[in-house]
Ligand binder design. Sequence first.
Ligand code: SF4
Length: 365
Amino acid sequence: MPLADILGPVESGRVPPAPSAPAVSARVYRPLPAPELTWTPAVEAATAHLYERVKAVIPPVEWPFMAPYVKAINDLKTERNAVILAHNYQTPEIYNCVADFVGDSLQLAREATKVNAEVIVQCGVHFMAETSKILNPSKTVLIPDSRAGCSLAESITGADVRLLRQRYPGVPIVAYVNTSAEVKAEVDICCTSSNALAVVESLPGDTVIFLPDQYLAKYVASQTAKKVIAWKGACEVHERFTGDELRMYREADPEVQIIAHPECPPDVIAEADFTGSTAHMINWVRDHHPKRVVMVTECSMADNVQAELPDVEFVRPCNLCPHMKRITLPKILDSLLHMREEIVIDPAIAARARRSVERMVNLKN
Ligand code: SF4
């Protein structure tokens, strides 16, 4: 079914006020001294098993620069009682060598609820760290660079959602997890690209508002009988792919397999042999073991799967997410040494946002 309506940022109109919340501040921690960061035989021996995991994608000449950071970060995790959650779009040395849990937004949100450590370091973007804090209010959640944003999360505010509610009273509102805590606090339920269709189908009535990704909304609308009202946001990485580009890959090799993320525009999805979340894309490659595959998503994910499946050839139309790439080994080390940047959310907003995220996490799918 085509989208019933698509709306963008509202420039005028009376915005219903946000609920007020008390101010909160970050905790104070003792900084630790910076460790030695030199390539020594001891560092080489301590990290050899980790280099085995990434040797297909990181040349030997680069490893001596990374290994001292990898060892220092892994030592500090023990000292700080910390775990690292890393998104599939993180670079291979982070994803394979310092992360305790890896996955897409839904997997990380679920892992965040099971964590026993006192500290969570989120290697991903800001809304992911907020989601971890929302689900773990008593823990310290750090993001190594608080400027790691997201074009989707930044396309909509809590005030926009309140105006949508005024305009469509009684219509349930679903927010893609790529939204701020303030937006999550205003909606009925969250979703990720893994479970968007299941979430939409779980809601009462024949119409839903789906925000903020217009392309994921279109993809969901193509698979449900419900009317979908969308918001005009887009991922700046996935919207750069085009159907023409994929047809060129197909013409060069008719056997190539093309798998795409549903944040891509419809002409891209129309060219794909499979469409799914990052977790579903990884599972598809593991299960089908294609000879050559084009992964139409952020480019580091192909590196991470390549490290696991070196005999699969990945064709890389390389679109990098500039926000994900703000997270680096030196910044993770700095984050653990100085315990910054801590995610702080007003408790009243966090409590309302948690209700929307928990409804998603608890949905059986
Ligand atoms: S890849 Fe797109 S959706 Fe993901 S963080 Fe970057 S801008 Fe946001």
